[in-house]
Design a protein around this ligand. Sequence first.
Ligand code: ADP
Length: 846
Amino acid sequence: MTQSTPMMKQYEKIKSEYEDAFLFFRLGDFYELFHDDALKAARELEITLTKRGKGDSAIPMCGVPHHSSEQYISQLISKGYKVAVCEQTEDPAAAKGVVKREVVQVITPGTVMDGKSLHDQSNQYVVSVEKNEGLYAVCAADISTGEMFITGVDEEILALEEAVSFDPREIVLPGNVSDSFSSRIKTRTGAAVSLTGKPSMRNEDEVLLSNIPDKRLWPGAFRLITYFSETTKRALSHLQKAVYYEAAQFLSIDSYSRRNLEITETMRDRKKNGSLLHVLDQTETAMGARRMKRWLERPSIHKETAERRQSLTASFVDHFMDRETVREQLRGVYDLERLSGRVAFGNVNGRDLIQLKKSLQQIPYIIETMKGVNNSYADELLASMESPEPLVQLLDASIKENCPPSITEGNLIKDGYNDKLDEYRSAMTNGKSWLAELEAKEKEATGIKSMKVGFNKVFGYYIEVSRANLKYLPEGRYERKQTLSNAERYITPELKEKETIILEAEEKAEKLEYDLFLTVREKVKSYIHVIQETAKTLSIIDVLQSFAETAETCHYVKPSFTDERRIELENSRHPVVEQTIDAGEYVANDLLLHDEREMLLITGPNMAGKSTYMRQLALIVVMAQAGSFVPADRAVLPMFDHIFTRIGAADDLSQGQSTFMVEMLETKQAVERATSSSLILLDEIGRGTSTYDGMALAQAVIEFIHNEIRAMTLFSTHYHELTRLSGELKRLRNVHVSAREENGSLTFLHKVVEGAADKSYGIHVAKLADLPSGLISRAAEILTSLESESRDRRADPPEDNAVQQLSLFPEEKNHPVLDELKKTDLMQMTPLQAMQLIDDLQRKLK
Ligand code: ADP
């Protein structure tokens, strides 16, 4: 039976150790897959499914050729699968019995190192979360660059938030983690989750954690490092010391808000194009692009950090010529972080080393240019940047500029680098010129002009004479070796002698070149940490020159930071929207908030620009705290600690949550965690439910933020009744986005002005959307009748903006439902309980 052959036994044994991966089992020139792996792979890769064995015992099998396996592996990886690559680890010719096989690497979505699968503009994080002595360690590392970050938080929900914020490709959790946590993290990140056993704590890994004083965080980091070494099965000398951070060091933008604000990708199709990052990113290197993404995802909360970055951005704005030069120089710098990762990984080729050399050669020039920029932060940065001269010299002396991608077929190492290699090469050249001479000499002697000396792998060197010319060849001059249809091939003892010399020299040269290449690569390894430091500095310079470039082309201004709670924006714009409309079309707006004016209640017709106005403030805050200039004529900002948003339809049906539930969850985040240094943006709260409870919730939220949290807040609403709150809540002001109504049609002015809008213009927008005219006029009729009904019902119709408590129950001042509502402490409730309460109240009213 097929299953019982020794080879299949070997397969089963190895497969049992890699249950969660496709096992690519090397058989000669193919990787074969069996059983379920074969069924699934044939489907996923669209390759032919065959069988191994006969009759009932036949098992499903499929295979991919060894030389093109990379492409199949990366297809599987991009679909979130893992692949265990099992090689023959002994020469099949020398093997007794079944050839030894071993898994040499497990390739996973988070540990893949090949260029095709890596996005050069974003990091590829694997994140581990581990609870230890009451503290959750969240550790994120990018194996392609060697970076590692770690933090500790004391609540599961915060750990989840932190893990999500890295947008990980893979999650590693302890085997005994609760199912609910592992499924929540999987749903939120969409990443593959691996549960692993006890991590091994190796002494050499401790160095990586030497900057992490709290040892409770160590097991989480070890779990990740162990995962890396068990999957890659090699020493990862490029892993950098873990950097400890506290979430509180950064402007916190929870994942809902980050998505809503489209900071690094659009909400709908998750594309960079259309995001803030896309507008800002004028970086020249992949390292710079990744850093910019990181800074925008985690802007600083420290004024000094933001101001330091701003100062260099400003210097780059002022020194246009130097900026141009640096941009040009950076263009010549390849992805040093990933190159060093690949050096450590052992999969660089000659071309990579040439890229490394060229990049390092730019450094002295960049240093020189940066001196001209005349900025103290630049000087500080330059101190940490060095061009490792000996390494550049080594690479320059050893590796050929136009070497082939393969490292085993020679033509890699320069002449003059190694005497022995030069010797082989001269033997090869001499041999070859001897062959040329032989050809000339024999042509002369025989008079056969078309005679040629050739080579093939089976017969080696030969002299070829065409059939037509055979009659001119003296009998017995050469020894016949091969007959072709139109020619004969011959050899001579002398030719064979030279052939041995040439082939030996070639073979030895290839082997020697390979060895020399490996020694060079080993030497490069010892520079990895220097290269990484330099890469870091270059990436900072790159981001800041890019900030300057965008500041100039898009007319941004340097924001100044104030220690007061105060926002002053003059002629501010939405950085992304202004790019999508014709130049000069965007209507710039002012914004003023301070201690006596903390909240704006924004009204205005649909499509007027309310949410754009709110988003633009959030994006300006993000940009400023990341160190960028901002789209305004003047900007004064405080340092915010959190941004909370509930904007637009963040309806996430894929996570099984209703719009209203998402809305409540986002609101909960804001009311629970915001401080007086936070920024809250709430768009149309309460719209997802019926009018009264929607409005009730909206008002309760406004009151709570106004009275308890005191965060700076923009609140847009279509409940015009709420505008009356400005009379009661001291620090709340009404503003509206203006529109002009003329002859029944509406022109949006997009201008934000003080005071409440006089009505909502839903029907006009419906008209804009080209709804049937009969329907529109019917809606207008209904509206008129509703308006007159409500006028009739109101005994004492309130004036717009009048100081008057919004009354949900105009007829009854003391209604039991009202009493219950008053007693309710909304903040002690979960959103579900709140919904339940509203449901109860409604029932009582019916
Ligand atoms: P609302 O939230 O009031 O319904 P939006 O903020 O979604 O409206 O804006 C609707 C559209 O109006 C936007 O997609 C944008 O194209 C345009 N818009 C918004 N603000 C401005 C502005 N300040 N200048 C020019 N166009 C704007």
